[in-house]
Design a binder for this molecule. Sequence first.
Ligand SMILES: *Cc1c(COP(=O)(O)O)cnc(C)c1O
Length: 401
Amino acid sequence: MGAPIRKRASEIAIDVQTRWQKSMQLNYGTPNLQLEHGKGLEVWDINGKKYLDFLGGIATNIMGHNNTKVVKAILDQSKKLSHVSNFYAHAPGMELAEQLIQMTGVDSARVFFCNSGAEANEAALKLSRLTGRTGVVAAKGAFHGRTMGALSLTGQPSKRNPFKPLLRKIKHVDFGDTKALKRSVSRRTAMVILEPIMGEAGVVVPPSGYLKAAREICDAKGALLVIDAVQTGMGRTGSWFGYEDEGITPDVITIAKGIGGGLPLGAMIAIGKSAQLMQPGMHGTTFGGNPISCSAALAVIDQIRSGNHLQLNKVKGALIRNLISPIVGVKEVRGKGLLIGIVLQSNQAKTVSEKLQKLGFLTNPASDNVIRIAPAFIVSEAQIMKFVAAFNDVCEEVFHG
Ligand SMILES: *Cc1c(COP(=O)(O)O)cnc(C)c1O
């Protein structure tokens, strides 16, 4: 027998794509990379090539891959109880709810757990109906999820159009435009939903004072203010949810992505009167607030606190912004903390992201001219320096070559 034939990386990539296409639907593009394992910010593909993950599972694996304490929490809890249904209380769920309430700073906050961002926003939408009103105001370009209710809130025509008709009475206004918001909110408006920074839209930051104005507009008309903190949340921007700098208290906060440290978990947190709207039997989900996901979340929160990551995320974010801004081909660096959109001078985001991947860095072209990065909070200064050097090399090639 001869030696086994070793395949080249490019051949293996083609095998992966063929296998994917023979088993998966077409809703995602075909990936050109199959990841195998990770540790911290590092991930390895099936050829043993190493990457620094600057996307973090889209703002999700906030303590990095294979985090020792998160893994231990998951293992320990799965040896006790994996699932009990919501007929029974369990400690990880209640402890996590108490932690989230503490983060809001308002004792009247109450938590509903679910499994994803879309579900958290669905819950908020249903909650808003209990005010007796049906109107909703959301932002153009906003992303709130893919289920029919969440998609109705989402302000991106390309994602909405194939699925019309969606829910009626949902109005989309220009993000950051206080006057447009004021014109659209009436006494028939049940809720206004806004992201503190629009993530999927390409990390779009509103003018300061926007959320504060939104709070005032909602108060004047008696509408709920829902903050979708699914992407900005869990400390990524330097505060727990991303709206705190505006000095407001929302009526509802939705979170998901980062909270489970990589496990599926979401929550809809209602504050004050809105926390009393749901009545027994009105809403629910089988897996929401599952003990294993909640245990993972507690291990994540514990490390965010003990590692001083809220403060550090601001410092690291500023470092990345300062180093990337002067690079040739970069028009602007947007965002806050570790949610960053690098705006390029032309529509080369896909090319730049692909070249970065070849050099061993994972990023995301959020739009034609914006590269999004949302690394785990444990990203080190040395890893940031490596990323900046690679980004510089790629831009030299793309914009000078
Ligand atoms: C990702 C995202 C969602 C949807 O979350 P899923 O878990 O994918 O359903 C909702 N809102 C925002 C702001 C998001 O970034």
